[in-house]
Ligand binder design. Structure first.
Ligand SMILES: C[S@@+](CC[C@H](N)C(=O)[O-])C[C@H]1O[C@@H](n2cnc3c(N)ncnc32)[C@H](O)[C@@H]1O
Length: 451
């Protein structure tokens, strides 16, 4: 892609995020800091430590970059960084950064927050970083692979990254729906169109069984304009496969430490946070929709240098919090009991900030193996917190012998759903668009259901 084309993509993305800063949380909304337990530099270094026995960077004024920080992420991640670390955030969107600055003032945590286009060849990202977070951002670039290389150049040897990139296969139905919205002439910039979009999505969930569960699972997104626009009206969403991302990671000189399996979709594989699944196995699960989560990778820039120690007191503000809800919402962990979760949370904080917790074997012997395995896959418990070889093996091992492919409801033809057909025609008439577009819309809706 030439420079002009890239620039116009960046401009369109910038206008979108300036009109709809993301994720647009209220400034005084109480945030659950503990849910971000796996997003800081120390967590990523503890993954390195788990793999190599040592951390790859030392104590001191580490610099952390949140690339495409939006309005809230720099504040959230800063809670997980020791005071000695300096947090920087860059983003295209000025309103997002204004809000991020206000948050940093409210938190009494100075941060370097700057409007910057990562794809601008003259952009200066500053001193090399200890850790970079690029969550939900790279697929919005004109050239994602180049963008990852730019970030990697700004990473110290031994440094780590966390990236989240879309699993485009799992979003195919969303892509088709976004085409339908475009054919209907709906635009986030026209008053009333987002409300109409939300109503249409509701009708789709009610009338198309193949999409019902997926749309219903997006209520939080549909009700918040910034998130609705991000999901269905994006100016740039590169549709790239696993293969592309693995090559991009390799070309950027990075290696993969692990993958977060947030939705428990890889239970028939060894713990993916500790052992990256092979490409063909992961691809097979993406292809048949056993794996629908986005790709959340922890990356590492290898170094041959001396390893350091990383030990900081765990902040009281986190110690006093309840354990993350993210640890408790699985069949295997729901019944663990408050005391066990609290003990694990305190041990997690100790290991994360200080380097090692007391061994947890006695605690682990009172917990069933599937619960230990789930917690380990979430990064709540690491094999190096246990002495028993047997228990360490349990944490690495698959939890299931196989995972079923999802059963998908049959697609329905638009002609069989008068309610939906009328709603679509009404929008076309309102927008003064030809009703002949219904043919294309019918085709897109059909494809959306044939996941
Ligand atoms: C989906 S939001 C994610 C925000 C944040 N990472 C989070 O998870 O809350 C993507 C962000 O990337 C930013 N972004 C997109 N392209 C960018 C670019 N070329 N340079 C810098 N930021 C960019 C957008 O402005 C937007 O705030």
């Amino acid at each position: 892609m030439n420079e002009n084309a890239a620039q116009s993509i960046n401009l369109a993305v910038q206008s979108m995020y300036e009109a709809f800063p993301y994720p647009n949380y209220g400034l005084l909304l109480p945030l659950r800091w503990q849910e971000a337990y796996a997003s800081g530099s120390l967590f990523a270094q503890r993954l390195v430590q788990q793999e190599t026995g040592l951390t790859s960077l030392g104590q001191g004024a580490g610099r952390i970059l949140i690339a495409g920080c939006g309005d809230v992420q720099a504040a959230i991640i800063s809670r997980w960084e020791p005071r000695a670390h300096r947090v920087a955030g860059v983003d295209l969107s000025r309103p997002s950064l204004r809000k991020a600055r206000l948050r940093s003032l409210l938190l009494l945590r100075p941060m370097d927050l700057k409007v910057l286009n990562l794809e601008d060849p003259s952009a200066d990202l500053g001193q090399p970083y200890f850790h970079i977070d690029a969550y939900g951002m790279l697929h919005h670039l004109a050239n994602p692979s180049q963008g990852l290389q730019t970030l990697s150049h700004s990473l110290l040897p031994g440094g780590t990254m966390r990236i989240m990139v879309y699993n485009s296969r799992a979003r195919q139905w969303m892509f088709q729906i976004s085409r339908v919205l475009a054919l209907l002439g709906l635009s986030p910039y026209q008053p009333g169109d987002l409300r109409q979009t939300a109503q249409l999505l509701k009708t789709l969930a009610r009338t198309l069984p193949a999409l019902q569960e997926r749309i219903e699972g997006m209520q939080g997104i549909i009700q918040e304009p910034a998130r609705l626009v991000d999901a269905f009206f994006h100016e740039r969403e590169a549709r790239l496969g696993l293969d592309y991302w693995l090559k991009a990671i390799d070309a950027a000189g990075l290696s993969i430490l692990g993958l977060m399996d947030r939705y428990a979709e890889l239970d028939d594989m060894p713990n993916p946070l500790l052992e990256m699944p092979t490409q063909d196995k992961l691809q097979a699960r993406i292809d048949d929709l056993r794996f629908e989560n986005n790709l959340e990778f922890y990356l590492y820039k290898k170094s041959s240098g001396e390893a350091g120690t990383l030990s900081y007191p765990a902040p009281l503000s986190l110690r006093r919090r309840l354990p993350p809800l993210a640890w408790q919402r699985y069949a295997e962990t729901r019944k663990l009991g408050r005391l066990k979760l609290w003990q694990l949370w305190q041990a997690f904080l100790t290991r994360n900030f200080q380097g090692q917790s007391a061994f947890l074997d006695r605690w682990a012997l009172r917990v069933e193996h599937p619960s230990l395995q789930r917690l380990s896959r979430l990064g709540a418990l690491f094999p190096d917190q246990l002495q028993s070889r047997e228990l360490k093996k349990v944490l690495h091992a698959p939890m299931q012998t196989f995972m079923e492919t999802p059963t998908l409801a049959r697609a329905r033809a638009l002609t069989d759903i008068p309610e939906l057909q009328k709603q679509l025609e009404r929008i076309l008439i309102e927008k003064k668009l030809p009703l002949a577009r219904m043919n294309l819309i019918r085709e897109r809706l059909w494809r959306a259901q044939n996941l």
